[in-house]
Design a protein around this ligand. Structure first.
Ligand code: 5AD
Ligand code: SF4
Ligand code: FES
Length: 362
């Protein structure tokens, strides 16, 4: 039928048509359903039905930046700032290793001081050591200089997540302060550096930002394809009351629309980049209790269970309604396994689950 023809055209195109993508981003129920099952098929054909776990540790909410959307921006005085101790981080990694998660993600606010750089370096080496090299390591620690990226790579990190947030430079500067510390060019350069060093390079955007148009979202997808990215994490924008963007809350699309559009973005990206890793963002679950599972049925193949020690979780609030932030919610493992089974996928226990695209492009 007509919808399937359009999807075939996207899948087979050398240069995907922006008009088709744009229509699908905010499609009606019928087209949504077809889009998502098409993307799920593309995933099954190019990859397999494994979903890979990345044990996520948000090890510090101290940040030197002031992104206008983010709840832990430096300027927010209503945050209890923490640094998980090295021992507690290593315990979280041990936990992930014992649970047979194939990988961990170390995430924190952005800092670039010498002490921080060295600390991460030591942690990475230690993780390699205590896990006998059996666990993949992704880091997500913001923009750093080439030397730092390289140093962390040599210490054992092999994947890096750095969202471009929006590939439209004008929009980028509406959601970040316009200064040296928040330079669009520098962020792009950082992505080139990561690729050059040899990282599996991940990026992503937020969906439903104030001032964002559907054309921006089309351009975001094409940016990721042009950049030939290995992994992507994208999620809905969720307003946070202690941030400058909160004043635009009445101009946003309803949360439900942001949610549906995120799923559509995931599906579209899967269709135009069949062999990359796509994460089912935690922010999806803040908008729908089954949000992450829906993404796994729409083309995503990675999920990041939080292994941050319970007492810190409540303080890593980038946005409101963040799921699993209660101390008792540590027991997400069996819960997730069941939920993933319901999506027709299985957990890729004990596998790194590297981006197939990374290996294919090299
Ligand atoms: N809503 C959704 N995502 C957010 N992030 C930061 N603040 C928000 C928000 N209010 C995302 C950014 C960042 C990632 C770690 O979290 O995209 O890259
Ligand atoms: Fe810091 Fe990242 Fe939040 Fe920006 S989005 S303020 S860099 S933690
Ligand atoms: Fe968090 Fe089940 S996934 S409690």
């Amino acid at each position: 039928d007509h919808i399937t023809k359009q999807l075939d055209r996207l899948y087979n195109a050398q240069a995907p048509e922006t008009g088709i993508i744009k229509n699908f981003i905010k499609a009606e129920t019928e087209a949504n359903t077809q889009l998502r099952s098409y993307a799920n098929n593309v995933k099954q054909n190019h990859l397999d039905n494994y979903v890979y776990f990345r044990g996520l540790t948000e090890f510090s909410n101290k940040c030197s930046k002031n992104c206008y959307y983010c709840g832990i921006r430096a300027g927010n005085k209503n945050v209890d700032r923490y640094d998980v101790t090295d021992e507690d981080i290593l315990d979280a990694v041990r936990f992930a290793h014992e649970q047979n998660y194939g990988s961990v993600v170390l995430q924190a606010g952005e800092r670039s001081d010498k002490h921080f750089v060295e600390r991460v370096d030591k942690l990475l080496r230690k993780i390699k050591q205590i896990t006998n090299d059996e666990i993949g390591i992704t880091i997500s620690l913001g923009e750093q200089n080439y030397e730092t990226f390289k140093r962390w790579f040599e210490s054992g990190a092999h994947r890096y997540l750095l969202r471009i947030e929006s590939s439209n430079k004008i929009l980028y500067y509406k959601i970040h302060p316009k200064n040296e510390k928040h330079s669009y060019e520098h962020r792009i350069q950082a992505l080139y550096d990561l690729k050059d060093i040899g990282y599996q390079t991940g990026t992503g955007v937020m969906i439903g930002l104030p001032f964002q148009t559907r054309k921006d979202l089309v351009e975001d997808l094409l940016f990721m394809r042009r950049f030939d990215i290995d992994m992507v994490g994208m999620g809905p924008y969720i307003e946070h009351q202690d941030t400058p963007l909160y004043k635009y809350r009445n101009q946003l699309l309803p949360q439900q629309d942001r949610f549906e559009m995120t799923l559509n973005m995931i599906s579209l990206l899967r269709i135009i980049m069949p062999d990359i890793n796509i994460a089912s963002a935690t922010a999806l679950q803040a908008l729908d209790p089954m949000g992450r599972e829906k993404a796994l049925k729409a083309g995503a193949n990675v999920i990041m269970p939080n292994v941050t020690p319970g007492m810190y979780r409540n303080s890593y609030k980038l946005y409101e309604n963040k799921p699993c932030t209660d101390e008792e919610a540590a027991d997400c493992v069996s819960c997730l396994e069941m939920r993933i089974g319901l999506t027709g996928n299985q957990v890729g226990y004990g596998k790194w689950g590297d981006s197939r695209h990374y290996h294919n492009r090299r």
